[in-house]
Design a protein around this ligand. Structure first.
Ligand code: NDP
Length: 324
């Protein structure tokens, strides 16, 4: 038996309930892990509200955690009992212990502690594909990052800066602007009050940004498109402010042959080599100190509802970890 945060119906933070569940022993290809730290992500909110349907309920939500392997099923080769491991994205993370396909686990090196691992897997592997695969950042590129002081934001800003980009971070407050500048942003824009496109044009000598990594969605969609250079990349990877409007292809033509893409982490981690590539690149930049993972909030796992409220109220910065 273990304790987990589950939902029986979609809704507000009140649908998150702390329950005793029976997980049993691992079957073939599975591992049972005792979790020491669970990552909080905006996708957890979409799962809770039903924006992204998750199938049959009740179900533990959460998609990212770190811990120790305590049992393995037949045929498991990727990990052994006692290994420190982490994973993302696999639904069911809000639990003290869980079963999981062993092929979804990566070993965590001694240089990275459990809270850091839980804080970085989903946000860091997302960054790993966004800046290396979706639009590979080149030295000298002007990179626009929406919600630059958030979980993905602080990681991506540091990593893009390391790749030689000029990083322009959009944020919701002066405090967040300070944080973003301390994490790789060369320039910050208060996107709730400033003219984002005009500021980007000013910063880039009229050229515009090579790419906008936009996880905010509805409220920043037009700001992103208007800030891009001809042939620039609109990378719409999330919707913290609400779903993006339907894309008018004419809007891409009129702004100079823009590219629009809507990537997600799941297809980028579908195979073991893909997962190892994304996680390996992330471990390298974190292990070498190029990217620092900021765990700026922790909550008891049993208090996940409060963590959701704070995330949705834009009170958090960097990563948030839930402690079983
Ligand atoms: P964040 O820590 O970035 O939190 C969201 C931030 O968005 C807030 O802090 C806030 O920053 C900003 N925001 C702007 N408008 C709103 C609003 N109306 N309500 C709430 N927040 C708002 O979250 P994550 O790092 O977990 O995720 C960032 C985005 O990336 C999310 O949309 C998430 O779904 C997406 N994502 C997508 C993945 C993919 O593969 N496609 C994988 C991982 C994340 P501010 O106050 O500065 O405006």
């Amino acid at each position: 038996m273990t304790k987990a945060i589950r939902i029986h119906q979609a809704g507000g933070p009140e649908v998150l309930t702390w329950e005793t569940v029976d997980i049993g022993d691992p079957g073939p290809g599975e591992a049972r892990i005792r979790q020491t730290a669970v990552g909080l992500n905006y996708i957890d909110v979409y799962h809770r509200t039903g924006l992204y349907p998750i199938g049959d309920l009740p179900q533990a939500i959460g998609t990212e955690a770190a811990g120790v392997v305590e049992a393995i099923g037949d045929g498991v080769t990727e990990v052994a009992v006692g290994d420190r491991v982490a994973y993302a994205p696999v639904l069911g993370a809000y639990a003290e212990a869980r079963l999981i396909p062993a092929a979804k686990l990566v070993k965590v090196p001694d240089t990275i502690d459990d809270q850091t691992a839980a804080a970085m897997m989903l946000k860091g592997m997302t960054t790993s594909y966004l800046i290396r695969k979706t639009y590979p950042v080149q030295p000298g590129d002007a990179v626009l990052m929406m919600a630059a002081a958030g979980g993905v934001g602080l990681i991506l800003s540091q990593w893009a800066k390391h790749l030689g980009a000029t990083v322009i971070g959009c944020v919701g407050s002066e405090e967040k602007a300070d944080l973003a500048r301390a994490h790789g942003c060369d320039h910050t824009i208060l996107y709730n009050t400033e003219d984002v496109a005009a500021r980007v044009k000013d910063i880039t000598d009229g050229k515009g940004a090579a790419v906008s990594y936009d996880g905010v969605g509805q409220s920043t969609y037009t700001q992103s498109l208007d800030s891009l250079r001809p042939f620039g990349y609109m990378v719409s990877f999330g919707n913290a402010s609400g779903p993006v409007p339907t894309v008018e292809v004419a809007d891409l033509a009129s702004r100079g042959c823009l590219f629009f893409t809507r990537p997600s982490l799941m297809p980028h981690t579908a195979t073991r080599p893909q997962l190892e590539d994304l996680a390996g690149a992330l471990m390298n930049v974190v292990g070498s100190g190029v990217v620092k993972i900021d765990v700026n909030q922790t909550y008891a796992l049993s208090d996940t509802g409060r963590a959701h409220r704070d995330l949705e109220a834009r009170k958090t910065t960097g990563s948030t970890v839930l402690l079983p």
